[in-house]
Design a protein around this ligand. Sequence first.
Ligand SMILES: Nc1ncnc2c1ncn2[C@@H]1O[C@H](COP(=O)(O)OP(=O)(O)O)[C@@H](O)[C@H]1O
Ligand SMILES: [Mg+2]
Length: 304
Amino acid sequence: MIELHGLTKRYGERLAVDDVTVTVRPGIVTGFLGPNGAGKSTTMRMVLGLDRPTAGTALVNGKPYAEHRDPLRQVGALLEARALHPGRTARAHLQALAATAGLPRRRVDTVLELAGLTAVAGKRVGGFSLGMGQRLGVATALLGDPATVVLDEPVNGLDPDGVLWIRTLARRLAAEGRTVFFSSHLMAEMAVTADHLVVMGRGRLVADVPTAEFLHRAGGDGVRVRSPRATELAGLLAGPDVVVESAERGVLLVRGVPPEVVGDRAAEAGIALHELTPVQASLEEAFMALTADEREYRTEEQPA
Ligand SMILES: Nc1ncnc2c1ncn2[C@@H]1O[C@H](COP(=O)(O)OP(=O)(O)O)[C@@H](O)[C@H]1O
Ligand SMILES: [Mg+2]
């Protein structure tokens, strides 16, 4: 469990994290979503005691990180910047860490296996691809068999296989009853990975909701319309409750009007349509809608 209370971090004039209060619960994957610069990494660093809050507190499993006597068993983290000794092999890197933290040696083989690195365990990490480096980062995070797992943009640099692997792993860790806090600036990734979403924008908490509710609240089901006279059609559809975006040349995404009305208006004006497709709100659109007006909402409901 991670509990943030009024967590604030100021770098000079810049409020990187602005009064964030949120609880990240065990047993589910919590997606930590926000555009670059939103304050996700800074928040995670404060959880891990790597950065000191300007105000507020960050507790992990009930205590500040620094007060745990067995921190690697409490929380495992994959952070953005990795400092690995390039001349060491993956196995040597993990063995050194395990020895320092007083963790059993057999965990090394377990996490190498978990991360799909067994075959390359004897290779120097200096020669690792970005994806293999990420896998080693995950192996490192899991070394202490921690109750809480913090993954900062773990999908970055992974190929599609790697993305699927990390998603499956996150879900499995949550199913084992762990707290999984998983950041990404990729909305689509979160829709399929996270049960619950904590969304940040410019340092502030903008949402703390179940993923399903986030999508539902966006209420953004719309209609994709393709027409050689798209601009003209956009003008005809304009109204107070109608949102028309132009995704690409000749294509409109219309919200607030059902497909039949779009079709009828076009027909009345003699405008040909080459496509008229109902579309469900994507997480990305929901996120944009949410951060656009920086409206704050939260829900008291929590998944069981
Ligand atoms: N060590 C630092 N010194 C000064 N500013 C920082 C530092 N770390 C982060 N920031 C600033 O804080 C804001 C949040 O950054 P960050 O937490 O890295 O966001 P995210 O991980 O969501 O992309 C950004 O404006 C960033 O430039
Ligand atoms: Mg970051």
